[in-house]
Structures are given as C-alpha cells and as structure tokens.
Design a protein. Structure first.
Length: 128
C-alpha cells in the first residue's frame, strides 16, 4: 500500500512540474509576441490573447466550445502560431503532435514574432 501511495505521489509531482513548465513556456511565448505573460494563467483570457497573437477573430472561442470542431480549430491555431513565429508546416505538425517538445523550442529558441501590426496571416493552410 505504501508503494502505491509513493507511485501516485511521484506521478502527481511529475505532472505538476510539467504543468508549471508549460505555463512558463506559454508565458515566454506571450511575452515574445508583445503580450503580457501573465495572461497565460488567466482562464478564457489566455485564449483571447492567443487568438490575438495568431490574428484570428475572438469569436473563435465559441468554436472552441463545440465538441469535435474544437480539435479542428485548435489545429488551425497551432498552424497559425507556427507561422506567426516564422516556422513552417512541419513545425506546426510538431506543435500539434508533441506540444511538450515544440512549445518550449518555440518559446526559448531564436524564433521571432513576425505578425506585427503590418503583417497579416495568410488564409491558405498549405502556404509555407
């Protein structure tokens, strides 16, 4: 019984550490995009800021509340997030499949936010 409690405690600590690490990564990513980093920890507002970063309309929050549609919308957001930082479609696939690896690379790497006030995102998903 004691070993089982130890395993669950270890699992809890690892998951908590991963959650804190991902918050730090999103904080850094928001800061790179010129948004307040603390916005990543405020529920719902973090999605609003993410949509501003990828230059998508705020009403997409409603789409994120619809089952199955939310997966498609999240994929589109990750694709546009990769483009916003000058990465290609392959990097977007990495963000979709392995966000634990690719989000820190985007946050702490040399990627620069290129969707400033002048740049507008492309609507073509296949455009690199």
């Amino acid at each position: 019984m004691g070993a089982l409690i130890g395993v669950f405690l270890l699992l809890f600590v690892l998951i908590f550490a991963l959650a804190v690490f991902m918050i730090v990564c999103r904080w850094k990513l928001y800061s790179k995009a010129g948004k307040p980093g603390w916005a990543c920890i405020v529920p719902i507002y973090n999605i609003v800021v993410l949509l501003e970063i990828v230059k998508k309309p705020i009403w997409w929050i409603i789409l994120l509340m619809i089952p199955i549609v939310n997966f498609v919308v999240l994929i589109l957001i990750f694709i546009e997030l990769a483009k916003a930082f000058g990465k290609d479609g392959g990097y977007a696939v990495g963000l979709i499949l392995l966000p634990v690896v690719f989000l820190p690379m985007l946050a702490f790497g040399d990627a620069q936010y290129i969707y400033g006030d002048k740049m507008q995102p492309t609507s073509d998903l296949l455009d690199n």
